[in-house]
Write a protein that binds this ligand. Sequence first.
Ligand code: ADP
Ligand code: MG
Length: 451
Amino acid sequence: LWSRCRILLKERVGAGSFQSWISPLRLASVEGGVATLTVPTAFLGSYVARNFQEAILAALAEAGGPASRLVFEAQGRTPMRGAVPMPAAQAAAPMAAPALAPEPAEETQRLDARLTFDRFVVAKSNELAYAAARRISEGMAVGFNPLFLHGGVGLGKTHLMQAIAHEMRARRPHTRVLYLSAEQFMIRFVTALRDRKMMDFKQVFRAVDVLMVDDIQFIAGKDSTQEEFFHTFNALVDQGKQIVLTADRSPVEIAALEERVTSRLQSGLVVQVHPADYELRLGVLQSKLAAARVADPNLRIADGVLDFLATRVTSNLRVLEGALTRLCAQASLVGREITLDLARDCLGDVLRASDRKVSIEEIQRKVAEHYHIRLADLIGPKRLRSFARPRQMAMYLAKTMTSRSLPDIGRRFGGRDHTTVMHGVRKIEELLGTDAQIADDLEILRRALEG
Ligand code: ADP
Ligand code: MG
């Protein structure tokens, strides 16, 4: 369970934060809705509780060990229950208030209380998406059905979507807003099928006023899930209910979607969230810093540090945010001002990663070369061990050295499923502990790619 969670979390919080904060944690137990994690120090525990609680709860739920509360135990000490600042219910306080959420809790995935409109920085790259989201949340969105937001990873799609949900619930407490990831939709659907509860499933999904499905590209190629989604979608649109979807690509670019699904998705408003430019990156940093200062008024940061970050960390806003969070934590830990030097030291890995962008193609070429096989065999369907292992290695490198998602990587490996990629990544992870040859190969390839 925990290893599945770790994979999910690494993807969500970014490799840097993951390394600093999540990787030292161990899951001791999940019992009675309480997940107990052991941490090396109390400081780490309270930091993780403050910053990653929601992410960990979400990952646990997705990995099949749902819990509603986290408890951190410092290793070799008594449980630090008292030190945990906020149980999950409180963290999502605005949502949990009975007046605001009339529907049963299990109907909706937990919203992140921080992802609101007033914390969203508007710039050229996202102003259309922002305007459309605002309109929808005000209930003025005639003809915007569905609203389809698409764009690369970490550009604010989930943020906007959840902001719509928060706003709608605040304005009209009785509106039934159902927010979930496409993956969650699939899990619910498959579970309902297995337990012969399809009637219940349909009832839940058809009784909502607003349906929000995040990362819809996930269901592409999953035929029965896609089919059910299509029916749900049609039923809701026919009743005049609002639908909001996000994806990492536009409807036409989601290759494995059926034609009729694609055309329905395009029938509303399709808006792209573009990569963040310098102004937006700086704006996001300033707004996060302001929030961090509320928590720690002693936080000092030298001139030029934000500019440095905004200039150097360009890949996505999540990574950028993670970098700042890490810096702030580091600075308050040692009680020092955040200087450029501290930033360089503390963010070495993040900066290196954005110094050089490695492409999947490059990885594939180098791996094929290294193992003396043809590129076509690396990507192709053959399952021979002599191709499969290099293929898994290439998938592992693609996952760890690029910001591509698992489905995205799968597509570039001859249209494989994301689960195949995940399996490949895990296989290499597993082998790294036992097989010195694999570890050597990895080291050589990494160096070659980092150039
Ligand atoms: P996506 O769903 O597109 O992958 P997210 O919505 O999860 O991206 O955004 C990644 C992180 O960046 C989140 O913490 C989010 O709050 C932050 N973020 C993205 N865009 C903005 C913005 N315009 N203003 C403030 N924060 C933002
Ligand atoms: Mg998202």
